[in-house]
Ligand binder design. Structure first.
Ligand code: FNR
Length: 381
């Protein structure tokens, strides 16, 4: 009634209440380059579509009279209690879509008390984001740079800034084939934005011939040389594991054997993800791989999922298939693009309200009650 009651006062939501509506409005407002950067995927964007189709192959079977007056959306990931099973996933260079970029996201996450994960490729430093998110769980995402000194420096800063986990993304060891970004000359476009965590990093700076403030071009070139790491090995992952006492999650896992191997190395959590369909066109939908990966790792290892989560029922389906929590990206980025901090808050609040209501109407009062019994395959699936 909080949601619907607003209409009694003639008040309408400031933003569209569906993902497609948000994306459409953002397309009208953003430059083609900024819109293409967020909306786009790899190749012909088949995996982006496959991510959505995978959710449609499962249907929920609501149960009645579950006594759902009090509901609990909390979950636990690596000893951190999350108020809701939704994490704002890492997105690079958000200044492309809004001048307040990651700071606006961090403030909205803080207001709502939801967890967020900052990209190492953010346009704001992790220290500034930490200041903006004092009251909500915060994780730091790393594209493991090919220079181990820079890697160690970033990890040490993330620890010092009070992050509760490091998320290392393994599916982006080189730039992917993204036609929209290639057409829009993405790297030169980045020049105006800068990669703050690197340009502020003392070790990274020490490798530059000139300070990044004086030569942004050189700084971006150096970043573009430090970023690709296709030679990275399981031994390198083990080295990273030994370099931090924080919980370490791997993101971008799609094969159960990779999940097993990561756990053998001492990794604390798995994010099943195809990066929102942005990496390998034609690759498998994240949701389709979730059950096998949940089966492959011990129950004590949290498995999270992203790529294509748009609604409360999507979150329920992921949880029913064994996810401890989900990450979202494009939905909150459209909120940011349209209305900054308020936009992020509205989009995330709406998703959480949808989740809460859907949970109740499925007859569950906590996420622990959401399991495979709640799902059937869609006819023909
Ligand atoms: C991303 N993603 C991402 N992931 C990551 O580990 N580091 C990063 O810097 C980025 N950057 C990034 C930029 C943009 C514009 C998008 C859309 C995505 C991937 C992101 O964290 C997540 O895996 C997917 O985007 C989730 O899918 P949805 O919710 O966007 O469908």
């Amino acid at each position: 009634f909080e949601v619907y009651g607003r209409g009694l006062g003639g008040e309408r939501p400031a933003l569209p209440t569906t993902f497609d509506g948000l994306q459409e409005r953002a397309r009208e407002q953003l430059s083609d380059a900024a819109y293409g950067y967020v909306a786009g995927g790899a190749g012909e964007e088949r995996t982006m579509r496959a991510n959505r189709a995978a959710f449609d192959r499962h249907r929920l079977v609501p149960r009645m009279l579950g006594e759902v007056g009090q509901r609990d959306l909390t979950t636990t990931v690596c000893d951190t209690t999350l108020n809701a099973p939704v994490v704002l996933g890492p997105v690079g260079v958000l200044s492309i879509v809004h001048p307040e970029g990651e700071l606006a996201v961090a403030r909205a996450a803080n207001e709502l008390g939801v967890a967020s994960c900052l990209s190492n490729a953010a346009s704001t430093t992790l220290e500034d984001v930490a200041t903006a998110t004092p009251d909500a769980p915060r994780w730091f995402q790393l594209y493991p740079p090919n220079d181990p000194e820079v890697r160690r420096s970033l990890v040490a800063r993330a620890e010092a800034a009070g992050n509760e986990a490091i998320v290392v993304t393994l599916d982006t060891l080189t730039m992917p084939w993204r036609p929209r970004d290639i057409a829009q000359a993405y790297l030169p476009f980045l020049l105006g934005e800068g990669i703050a965590n690197y340009t502020a990093d003392p070790v990274f700076r020490s490798k530059l011939a000139e300070p990044p403030e004086e030569s942004p071009q050189l700084a971006i070139q150096q970043w573009a040389q430090t970023f690709p790491n296709p030679q990275m090995s399981w031994d390198d992952l083990a080295a990273l594991r030994s370099e931090t006492g924080l919980p370490l999650l791997v993101k971008g896992i799609l094969h159960p054997d990779d999940a097993r191997r990561a756990v053998e190395l001492g990794i604390d959590g798995i994010v099943v993800s195809n990066h929102g369909g942005r990496q390998v066109d034609g690759s498998v939908a994240s949701l389709d791989q979730l059950p096998a990966i949940v089966d492959a790792v011990p129950a004590s290892v949290p498995v999270l999922l992203d790529s294509g989560v748009r609604t409360g029922s999507d979150v329920l389906k992921a949880i029913a298939l064994g996810a401890r929590a989900v990450l979202i990206a494009r939905p909150y980025v459209w909120g940011l693009a349209l209305a900054g901090q308020d936009g992020v808050r509205e989009v995330v609040r709406s998703l959480l309200a949808d989740l809460d209501l859907s949970l109740a109407m499925c007859g569950c009062s906590s996420l622990a009650q959401v399991d495979g019994d709640l799902l059937v395959p869609a006819p023909g699936a």
